[in-house]
Design a protein around this ligand. Structure first.
Ligand SMILES: Cc1cc2nc3c(=O)[nH]c(=O)nc-3n(C[C@H](O)[C@H](O)[C@H](O)COP(=O)(O)OP(=O)(O)OC[C@H]3O[C@@H](n4cnc5c(N)ncnc54)[C@H](O)[C@@H]3O)c2cc1C
Length: 467
């Protein structure tokens, strides 16, 4: 048992913890990062990276099949075994040794143990006590939520961990939950050959996004053969032999070899010693816009509940590090996280959104209007699947302030469109300036011209949005 001192101790080496520790280390701070499982966190091994590795081949094949000339070259279905081995390469066969050098090069000490707060500025890591001179940063992330459904736990369902690391594709997969993880995994497994049943309690998929995005994803999943049951809840689960049966409150039961639970996340705050510093375990760690929970305790990434997205965790990590390094917190405070953060759902079509949906803006009392154009309308779209690859681009515009407060795009491979919209929304670019932001020909970004026309500002003198 030893006691060691550092300037800063970070608990959890997911994307948020790593970025924070690395930034502090680079600035010359003595930093320890405590990790109980894999350096790289959920994102690198069981979430973002493997899920995208499993989605991309099917997406690519679908796009190839939409384009004459190359369609003829695609003569068979995906090679599921090859897709899964490529996925294994991307997640380094769950070996995180390749992730360590990024931290050690920055002078960060990696402590492999579960970490637990043990009073002010103190962290127990296995048998060791680590003491922080300046700050402790909690970045312990989140875990899958398992609802209290009769027989569910006993049936040993898949969570995102099993779904993203499976070595074989089940003949039938049932998925509980039609949020982001549910729809992405439904598409991935359908493209790899599973018969997928997707059960969602609400009346639409990805319910936080624009209704047209839900429709487009639903239609595309149905076209891939996914059996989507909306407005349906599972009431009991039984596992017998190799089969899982879900009793549903409407319609016949769903049967599958595997069941994936994808109904949401639980923040990892229940067993990290929050009670030893006067905070309540089991709740999100509430932080201010500089990520501070108290004058010495910071919480970044999923664990503070502000935005459960890797890029936003990393954004918060940079903010926390800079505040710890002595930047005035007012100048680096977060102004851009929360439910309006940029987000992408990597189905085919993609759904890429930033800022408000129309409904969320109305809920917040904003005086806004929505302007829609087809995503596939530009010359640049001719080289994509075009008519078979439809989508919608929507801007939500605050007329009074003359700025865009939200944007949603659906369409094939549309994720890269998002950042232009993020700059416009976060930068509060005045609409008439956008006339001068000329998209190159023939790129699909020319859809911005059509959006500006829809807004009635297709000329250099601008003008009010059309009624
Ligand atoms: C299937 C799936 C797909 C996703 N896809 C995307 C995507 O495409 N893009 C995106 O932006 N987001 C995506 N997300 C969300 C993203 O994975 C999370 O937002 C992100 O991983 C959060 O990062 P984090 O650093 O806060 O926590 P995590 O990545 O959860 O890392 C936390 C780390 O802390 C460690 N830890 C926990 N408790 C302790 C302890 N007591 N002591 C020591 N270590 C501890 C854990 O072992 C882990 O390594 C996806 C999520 C899922 C489930």
């Amino acid at each position: 048992m030893s006691e060691r001192e550092f300037d800063v101790i970070v608990i959890g080496a997911g994307p948020a913890g790593e970025v924070c520790a690395g930034r502090l280390g680079e600035a010359g701070q003595e930093v320890a990062i405590v990790e109980s499982h894999l350096v790289g966190g959920e994102c690198s091994f069981y979430a973002c990276m493997p899920s995208k590795a499993m989605l991309r081949p099917g997406e690519l094949l679908a796009e190839v099949r939409r384009i004459p000339g190359v369609r003829e070259a695609a003569t068979s279905d995906l090679d599921a075994g090859a897709v899964l081995s490529r996925r294994d390469q991307i997640i380094h066969d769950l070996d995180d040794s390749g992730m360590e050098p990024w931290l050690t090069k920055r002078g960060v000490a990696i402590v492999r143990a579960p970490g637990r707060l043990d009073g002010e500025r103190r962290v127990r890591a296995g048998d060791d006590t680590l003491v922080a001179r300046k700050a402790v940063v909690v970045a312990t992330g989140s875990s899958p939520l398992i609802p209290p459904i009769d027989g569910l736990r006993e049936a040993e369902p898949w969570t995102n961990r099993e779904a993203t690391t499976a070595k074989e594709v089940p003949a039938r997969l049932a998925i509980l939950g039609g949020g982001v993880v549910g729809v992405e995994m439904a598409q991935a497994y359908a493209s790899l050959g599973s018969e997928v049943t997707l059960i969602e309690r609400g009346d639409r998929l990805i319910a936080k996004e624009e209704p047209f995005a839900s429709d487009h994803v639903e239609q595309s999943l149905r076209e891939r053969g996914v059996d989507i049951r909306l407005g349906v809840s599972a009431t009991a689960v039984r596992a017998e032999g190799r089969e899982v049966t879900l009793a549903l409150d409407q319609g016949g039961p769903a049967r599958a070899e595997e069941l994936l639970v994808a109904i949401g996340r639980r923040l990892n705050t229940d067993d990290i010693g929050l009670d030893t510093v006067g905070l309540e375990p089991g709740k999100p760690i509430a932080v201010d816009d500089s990520m501070r929970a108290t004058d010495w305790l910071y919480a970044i990434g999923d664990v503070n509940g502000r935005a459960l997205l890797t890029h936003m965790g990393k954004y918060q990590a940079r903010i926390a590090a800079d505040v710890i390094l002595g930047q005035p917190s007012g100048c680096v405070a977060s102004t851009a996280d929360g439910s309006r953060s940029p987000r992408v759902i990597f189905t085919d079509p993609h759904v890429a959104a930033v800022g408000y949906t129309l409904a969320a803006a109305h809920q917040d009392g904003l005086d806004v209007r929505a302007f829609d154009v087809p995503t596939q309308g530009s010359a640049g779209a001719s080289f994509y699947g075009r008519d078979d690859a439809r989508g919608t681009a929507r801007l939500v515009v605050d007329d009074k302030r003359g700025v865009i407060v939200g944007a949603t795009f659906t369409g094939p491979e549309i994720a890269e469109f998002l950042h232009a919209a993020t700059i416009a929304v976060v930068g509060e670019v005045q609409l008439d300036r956008l006339f001068h932001a000329v998209p190159a020909f023939p790129t699909r970004s020319e859809l911005w011209l059509y959006l500006l026309e829809a807004l009635g500002i297709a000329g250099p003198c601008g003008g009010p949005p059309r009624a």
